[in-house]
Design a protein around this ligand. Sequence first.
Ligand code: 8X3
Length: 258
Amino acid sequence: MLPTRNRAPTNLSAMTRTAVVTGASSGIGAATAVLLAKQGWEVIAAARRLDRLEELAAEHEGIRPQQLDVTDPLSTQALADSVAACDLLVANAGGAFDLDPLSDADIDAWARMYDVNVLGLVRSVQALLPALRAAKGHVVMTGSTAGYWVYEGGGGYVAAKHAVAALRQILRLEEVEHGLRVSEVAPGMVKTPEFSLTRFAGDQARSDAVYAGVDALVAEDIADVIVWVATRPRHVNIDLVQVTPQQQAASHKVIRRP
Ligand code: 8X3
């Protein structure tokens, strides 16, 4: 007979649970919100673009839209006030805003990257922590291989994602006694409609070149991993999952089809 703890119900088989997904208006966040809702979670899909969230909610049962700007403490607090319970926070809001060498770095772009990727995550966690502690819940952060690998021009984003990797480990240490689980899913090249386009300020050709000749990951691949991480039995904490396309062995080592 299995030890008792291995027979504990997983989140999948439990009663309806509530998840908050930040950055849910597109890409990994939207795909995660949809997959969680399909698996029976009540999902609060949060992002700046309310119209996108409303479309998502109209298309998928179980999703409630909530406008959120993670760079605004009043907004993260309003999110917390709107949530009766929170079993899972998928802290996903983030992005890259340049690919410039440190010598030419636009300090404002770096400050915005730090604000959304790092401080935005902290604001979201702080606001939802009382509910997460009450539920003995789970924080799953969307990190990046940029939190572990460095590359030229990546400076602002790489530094911010290294900070996310540190925060994941720090939160794990600080919240273990409160019964929280803390995890990070760190993807490599994920082809989403917006990630590279945002980084290159709308330059579609430059954005497309990033993924040329590569079967890049798609948002649903990462959503699948996030939901897997979030649905392990309660006694299992997945600390870190790094996910890359088969053709990407490092930031600099991408085997492209001609
Ligand atoms: C995205 C991965 O390689 O653009 O998180 O930094 S990379």
